[in-house]
Design a protein around this ligand. Structure first.
Ligand SMILES: NC(=O)c1ccc[n+]([C@@H]2O[C@H](COP(=O)([O-])OP(=O)(O)OC[C@H]3O[C@@H](n4cnc5c(N)ncnc54)[C@H](OP(=O)(O)O)[C@@H]3O)[C@@H](O)[C@H]2O)c1
Length: 125
């Protein structure tokens, strides 16, 4: 088992997820960044490489919250690499219906937002 605390952060390729990953690395955590688009994993690792402390690790994994199989594969990758998970930061999310009110919003947009933010986070939990 890995000797240091390990955090998994979803939506970590940009924005608050990327910054939170950097902060945790600076505090001496090992960090697994969840990245929705698999082809952005190596770019995310490169963006954070300078923040990894000695004896800790950084690993980017493909993780789409809306796909239970993707979440399971990401958690399995954490288990294989570290054998522990001390914190999960449910950061990933989208606000697709932000520009609309209840009288003009397309229900499909609400459904997509709910699928990512609510059911997706439940998949992770
Ligand atoms: N910034 C704010 O002022 C603010 C305020 C209130 C709440 N929040 C919430 O805080 C979180 C981060 O905010 P942010 O501004 O950093 O957001 P952001 O820049 O829009 O980044 C969102 C992240 O979530 C990922 N994501 C979207 N759908 C996903 C899915 N199905 N599975 C996995 N990852 C997914 C995105 O991946 P891609 O790059 O592939 O799209 C991206 O990495 C969000 O949940 C947001 O709603 C932010």
């Amino acid at each position: 088992m890995h000797d240091h605390p390990v955090a998994l952060i979803t939506g970590a390729n940009r924005g608050l997820g990327l910054h939170t990953s950097r902060q945790l690395l600076a505090l001496g955590w090992s960090v697994v960044t969840g990245v929705r688009q698999a082809d952005l994993c190596s770019q995310t690792e490169a963006a954070l490489a300078d923040a990894v402390q000695t004896g800790r690790f950084l690993m980017a994994v493909a993780l789409d919250l809306t796909q239970p199989s993707s979440v399971r594969a990401a958690v399995a990758a954490v288990q294989a690499r570290a054998g522990r998970l001390d914190a999960a930061v449910a950061n990933a999310g989208q606000f697709l219906d932000r520009a609309f009110g209840p009288l003009d919003v397309d229900p499909d947009l609400v459904r997509q937002t709910f699928d990512i933010n609510t059911l997706g986070t439940l998949n992770l939990a």
